[in-house]
Design a protein around this ligand. Sequence first.
Ligand code: NAD
Length: 501
Amino acid sequence: MENIKHALNTLGVDLARYEGSDLHSVSPISGATLASLRCDTPQQVSDRIARAHAAFAQWRMVPAPRRGELVRLFGEELRTHKDALGRLVTMEAGKILQEGWGEVQEMIDICDFAVGLSRQLYGLTIASERPGHRMMETWHPLGVVGVISAFNFPVAVWSWNAALAFVCGNSVVWKPSEKTPLTAIAVQSLFEKAVARFGNDAPEGLSELIIGGREAGAALVDDARLPLVSATGSTRMGREVAVRCAQRLGRSLLELGGNNAMIVAPSADLELATRAIVFSAVGTAGQRCTSLRRLFVHDSVYDTLVPRLKKVYDTLPVGNPLEPGNLIGPLIDAAAFEAMQTALDKARMEGGKVHGGERVSVAGCEGAYYVKPALAEMAEQTGIMHHETFAPILYIVRYGKIEQAIAWNNAVPQGLSSSIFTTDVREAELFMSAAGSDCGIANVNIGPSGAEIGGAFGGEKETGGGRESGSDAWKAYMRRATNTINYSHALPLAQGISFDI
Ligand code: NAD
């Protein structure tokens, strides 16, 4: 409790503004209540959207490189407060400290990217078919961008959206996970510090924070003042958001569940593969959208690799994520633990041999849910393997032909991340080809988790199809205008039409 107060103080958070009894932030580390907060009422949600809407009208006219300066200042705040914010992420989301700091580093990285981008919001010049004419494409700010985020990346996901949205000339309304409101409040406080240093041309309401549950998220989705809602979370949530947003012909950018696989081919470097498998499968206690969940191992290396994995799994340090040396922290809550046990029971019923998966008791943390990560050896890809269970379960299946392994990779409804370990260039290229992995991310000789911000991030099928972060993902946060300019003394019409008046 004292630690939370200390971290919040260091981050300059005035919690009194948010205190109440509607929503409780519960520590996944110990099960203790960290803080009790009030939720925004529907009227307050609407008022916040109105403020963001008014802010947009001003902000869109601030030159983009100047908008980048605000994001640069925010990045500086993050650098200064990386330790405290990373600790807070660990305390509220339960990931190990190194991952808490890593998440803040991702925020810093996307700020750097967005600052550069603020001078590169390029349009096109297009050859016109008409004499004395020029065509071009201009990218304009879009409006108020709604961001709905999940508990497992409580701050990075907002920054992937917000840093781009701000330099693109938009305002942002954020509805964070009801499981991690404190980290969101801390980020809002750091953003306000950056705004104070930036000066008068950052309007009030540029970044609005909404505290609440699903209903508050749904209020954003239904509000026609938001041309874009970017929502990260479960596929169940995405289905609701997509339909509701489409009903008002709004745009949604969806980053939903993953069910990520790796293929270990005969020529694989097994040392590298082992490290990649372990980190991808157990990092964040299997609670990453890109966590490795399915492993297809070639017959010729199965009996070397799988016993080695079991040995490593038996020695993995599970415990309080604030203590150095622990690699695996807790699951987020009791429901996550029950979901894991249910999935393991199903795996057994489907003929799987399960290694690990039991609850681990951690001294002083008896109210929390720590588990030994599980390996489940399956004879084939069975029903349970088609579902994302947000816990450290790795299903392993033996394969003979690469085409079979790729078919299994693609046979699930999700399409986020995938990887292959091979030193055979033909296999690697096949995996990345049009006939290869159908995921948004297809890696060679690294695991499926831990994307860099420079690339566009997101996945296909039930993962929702959205792309965030690097490459040209910024275009989702702008509207495109096609301009045709006539500098001639005639009026030639398109489609060869001619008429006299
Ligand atoms: P969740 O779906 O329970 O909640 C996510 C957010 O959506 C929360 O803020 C919640 O309040 C809100 N929400 C829920 N129902 C809503 C509705 N009907 N309308 C509007 N808002 C609604 O997810 P979670 O348990 O917090 O996170 C875990 C899930 O998120 C996993 O499936 C994981 O794969 C996914 N995830 C995906 C990515 C990605 O980039 N693809 C990243 C992180 C997490």
